[in-house]
Design a protein around this ligand. Structure first.
Ligand SMILES: [Zn+2]
Length: 187
């Protein structure tokens, strides 16, 4: 009798292969209805997974094929996992180099954009961000940053573009008002 795959994390949590694959098939069906040629490719995403068990019986994904379609739920889930692992590595190196550095979270947002404006507004926002980190008071304390842009769709069918930024600053940032930026100043 076939055994159902159990892929669990170190903390014992079940990895959502089944849920993501169901969403992936739904996405592929939509593509098919709209006569997209990539529909079949998307449907084959992660169809065969080959795991290898280590000495302790823990499974490690050894071989598979992903479609890499930008909206594929399966691929986006894998991508997010990979990015979060990479981020952890980067942060560890950063802390190793600057043990006294501190992290702060900065969320930047602006007025919603319409579909036709979105592309140019995003470009503008990135430009504005690059100017922001060059401000003297920001630059003098900044050791590095990680930025990710997110776009959500609002109920009135406009787009809400925003940035999540993890700033790595010198500890002196918190030492005096000559260094520290209040929320009003950031704004
Ligand atoms: Zn995929």
């Amino acid at each position: 009798m076939a055994k159902i795959l159990q892929d669990t994390t170190k903390s014992g949590k079940q990895r959502p292969w089944r849920e993501r694959k169901i969403e992936n098939v739904k996405y592929a069906d939509y593509l098919e209805m709209l006569h997209y040629r990539k529909a079949r490719r998307v449907k084959e995403c992660g169809e065969v997974l080959r795991f290898i068990a280590d000495d302790e019986g823990r499974l490690k994904l050894a071989q598979t094929w992903f479609c890499k379609s930008r909206l594929c739920p399966l691929c986006n889930w894998r991508r997010a996992m990979k990015q979060s692992n990479q981020l952890m590595e980067i942060l560890q190196v950063a802390v190793g180099r600057e043990p006294k550095g501190r992290f702060i979270f900065l969320t930047l947002t602006e007025e919603n954009a319409s579909g036709t404006e979105l592309k140019s507004r995003l470009r503008e926002m990135t430009r504005a961000f690059n100017r922001l980190i060059k401000y003297k008071k920001v630059a003098k304390n900044l050791l590095g940053f990680v930025r990710s842009t997110e776009i959500t769709v609002s109920a009135n069918e406009t787009y809400h573009q925003h940035m999540h930024v993890l700033l790595f600053v010198k500890s002196s940032y918190f030492a005096s008002s000559a260094n520290y930026l209040s929320q009003a100043e950031w704004t």
